[in-house]
Design a protein around this ligand. Structure first.
Ligand code: NAD
Length: 477
């Protein structure tokens, strides 16, 4: 059984028996790790350590910070297989996806190592004097992350935070803290000064709330549910803290009649079902031009049927279990509501059969037809492997349906007419639009949400800026 420790002020804290929780594998409910669980006091200690280390780290040259971040990336790569296996066991995703997640996190550290060296200022001479503009690290940051990509989403924050010269306390998701903590440990082992990086485990309501409320943290970088983000933003307002919030999504996928239907269906299935639909940019609603609706629907069902389901540790598995009983129960609730309101079930809608699936939170990828906007599945984030289809007559209708949501994270359109694609992309209300591509994430580009999907941007140089304050130095010369 793996042991997961908290890291405060450069030390791994020993597991204390009265404050330990067991983490279970969602594929078979077997225990896979013991995790030490922190309290508000642990969070305070970690914040103080990060505060003490801030002058040291912010005073370290950008070249040295880059060197350490590159060494950290190398160590993450060396330990990638070990971390990926832990990730699959705690989260459920197939090993190939866990490996990709861990390796991508190493790439993010390398990217920000170099981005941090480009924090260049401005200079202007005017008739009124001289001005210099510098960007300085905001201070101690609280990094709070969810369970669906516990390593990757942490790296999106850790990379720019360290490159900017900030120190941090991270709080990984309480039920999936194992791989994320090993990722942090690899960074610590690269030789960062004590106190620069800290990890405290525990519940959002206790440890997370302390990190948000305590005046030592000057910035909160959060990924999670919109409801949690709303609470964090309200608390942060008391001290006018900087926040970046990456929240829920409800992505539309528009299929125009002129597109290659086979390719569109394959891309749609991949984005709707991978990670069991537990991705903020998953396809949640499909709008298909009515003249190709039948063909598209058949092909989507065919795609769903051929996905291999199983324990993520087995090679060649496409879909593992869902993360938890609660996630599966919510998916079933949304399905029942849609079926009650007239949706037609074309594939899935239940657990797969067989002994191998008895103990895990498995569920078949599910395709629904005749969906409409009165259904919860078309309005609320299901976070499950369900693809509901609705047909449209005109592109204007498709775009207004796509925008009929409080969310605005990602949107997709498939068309062979580039003008239609670009015009639709301009009108879709989302932080990222994929035209003939089913992923809006590229680590060199900004990522974030419109409307209730969030505030601020991660990745690219925008990610670095969110950990920097701007200062105008005016010279009377
Ligand atoms: P969650 O909001 O329940 O939890 C996220 C983190 O916040 C966890 O570490 C949790 O312990 C902590 N937390 C909970 N209450 C808190 C509080 N009061 N104060 C401080 N911290 C608190 O989210 P989840 O269920 O773990 O993750 C799934 C959600 O994340 C989905 O809505 C998904 O769309 C969203 N998400 C968004 C993005 C994005 O980039 N926009 C990416 C991935 C996931």
């Amino acid at each position: 059984m793996h042991h997961t420790h908290m890291i405060i002020d450069g030390e791994q804290l020993p597991l204390s028996l009265d404050k330990v929780e067991t983490i279970y594998n969602p594929a078979n409910q077997e225990p896979m790790a013991l995790v030490s669980v922190g309290t508000r006091q642990d969070a305070q200690m970690a914040l103080k350590a990060a505060e003490k280390a801030f002058p040291i780290w912010s005073g370290t040259s950008s070249e040295r910070r880059a060197e350490l971040l590159h060494s950290a990336a190398d160590l993450v790569r060396e330990r990638a297989e070990f971390i990926a296996r832990l990730l699959t066991q705690e989260q459920g995703k197939p090993l190939k996806n866990s490996r990709a997640e861990v390796l991508s996190s190493a790439d993010i550290l390398d990217y920000y190592a170099e981005e941090g060296r480009r924090n260049i200022g401005e200079w202007l001479a005017t008739s009124r004097g001289r001005s210099i503009v510098v960007r300085q690290p905001v201070g101690v940051a609280a990094l709070i992350t969810p369970w669906n990509y516990p390593v990757d989403l942490l790296s999106w924050k850790v990379g720019p935070c360290l490159a900017a010269g900030c120190t941090f306390v991270a709080k990984p998701p309480s039920r999936a803290p194992v791989a994320a903590t090993e990722f942090i440990r690899a960074i610590l082992d690269a030789g960062l000064p004590a106190g620069v990086i800290n990890v405290v485990h525990g519940s959002g309501g206790e440890v997370g709330a302390e990190l948000v409320e305590n005046p030592i943290s000057r910035k909160i970088a959060f990924t999670g549910q919109t409801e949690t983000g709303r609470w964090i933003m309200a608390q942060a307002s008391n001290q006018i803290k900087r926040v970046s919030l990456e929240l829920g999504g409800h992505a539309p996928f528009i299929v125009c009649a002129d597109t290659d239907i086979e390719k569109a269906a394959a891309a749609c299935a991949q984005r709707a079902f991978s990670n069991m639909g537990q991705i903020c940019i998953s396809v949640n609603r499909i709008y298909v031009a009515e003249e190709v609706a039948e063909e598209f629907t058949e092909r989507l069902v065919w795609q769903a049927e051929r996905l291999r389901i199983g324990n993520g540790l087995e090679e060649n598995v496409d879909l593992g279990p869902m993360f938890s009983h609660e996630q599966r129960a919510k998916t079933k609730e949304h399905l029942a509501d849609a079926l009650n309101k007239g949706a037609a079930l074309l594939y899935g809608g239940r657990e797969p059969e067989g002994e191998a699936f008895d103990k895990g939170y498995f569920f078949l990828p599910t395709v629904l037809d005749r969906a409409n906007h009165s259904m919860r599945i078309m309005r609320e984030e299901t976070f499950g492997p369900v693809a509901p289809i609705m047909s449209f007559k005109t592109i204007d209708e498709a775009i207004s349906l796509a925008n009929d949501t409080n969310y605005g994270l990602a949107a997709y359109i498939y068309t062979s007419d580039i003008a239609t694609g670009i015009q639709a992309a301009e009108r879709l209300e989302a932080g990222g639009v994929g035209v003939n591509i089913n992923n809006v994430m590229d680590y060199q580009m900004p990522f974030g949400g419109w409307k209730e999907s969030g505030i601020g941007r991660e990745l690219g140089h925008y990610g670095l800026e969110s950990f920097l304050e701007i200062k105008h130095i005016r010279l009377g010369i």
